[in-house]
Design a protein around this ligand. Structure first.
Ligand code: GLN
Length: 251
């Protein structure tokens, strides 16, 4: 079995270690004896989506998003076909915003790929903090770090999870990220996959199943990853508890 990962524009979209998501996917394949290859694309490179199993779009500043936006229009048709035929996509923060119709900033509108029915509007104040969410895909919460000025509205789509601690899509809905077919959009940097191996395996499994039919992934020893995850969850659960108690004291 072999997986090919397309990393779109890492020279422009790669905030807070988003590239680590590629390393995590490659390593978890290697540990299981699954062949894996990554192709990194620069803006001017043609992309043959038929060759790809997973596409990663990382985060970027507004300026960098503006730079990739005109190129995205040119690859939109092929990218859409990939998504509609169950191609697997992980899009982080700026990349997540670009999956949608547009990202409205104070300096103008950045057109997105329009692959998922969502849009983003920049508002005052950045949403910056560690974040913990609960997805119904996994027992263990997903942890990460968010830093965005855009607020994302996912219309009728399913969120990746509910916010336990942090801000999420728009700081109000209590939702974080989006799932559409095999596309996952999320604000979580960190990088997100090494901190959340269950999410990484979910992505690998979806990609392998699209190509080879039903697949069982060999279990790996994730003791340390799970301990790190538990530690963060506990730290923020305690914080949430303290905030609740503080509010109750004030009433
Ligand atoms: N520039 C976008 C925002 O500020 C995305 C930032 C990011 O990828 N961290 O909302």
């Amino acid at each position: 079995m072999k997986l090919t990962i397309g990393h779109l524009y890492p020279d422009l979209l790669n905030l807070y270690g988003d590239r680590g998501n590629i390393q995590c996917m490659m390593k978890r394949c290697e540990w299981r004896g699954i062949e894996a290859e990554t192709i990194a694309y620069r803006l001017e490179d043609p992309i043959d989506f038929d060759k790809l199993d997973i596409v990663l779009l990382g985060g970027g500043s507004d300026r960098e998003q503006m730079l990739v936006c005109s190129r995205l229009k040119e690859i939109r048709k092929d990218f859409k076909k990939f998504v509609e035929t169950d191609g697997v996509v992980l899009a982080i923060c700026g990349g997540y915003q670009l999956l949608g119709k547009f990202y409205e900033t104070k300096d103008g509108r950045i057109d997105g790929l329009g692959l998922v029915d969502l849009y983003t509007v920049q508002k005052k104040g950045r949403l910056i903090r560690n974040i913990v969410i609960q997805s119904d895909l996994f027992e263990r919460p997903i942890v990460g770090f968010e830093n965005h000025g855009g607020r994302t509205y996912i219309n009728k789509n399913k969120p990746l999870g509910k916010v336990i601690y942090g801000k999420g899509n728009d700081g109000r809905s209590g939702h974080e990220g989006v799932i559409y077919k095999n596309v996952i959009g999320t604000y979580l940097h960190g990088p997100v996959l090494p901190k959340n191996p269950d999410l990484c395996d979910y992505i690998l499994k979806k990609a392998l199943e699209r190509k080879y039919g039903s697949v069982e992934l060999l279990p790996l020893d994730d003791t340390q990853e799970h301990e790190a995850n538990d530690y963060i969850v506990k730290r923020y659960e305690d914080k949430v508890q303290n905030i609740k108690e503080e509010i109750l004291r004030r009433i």
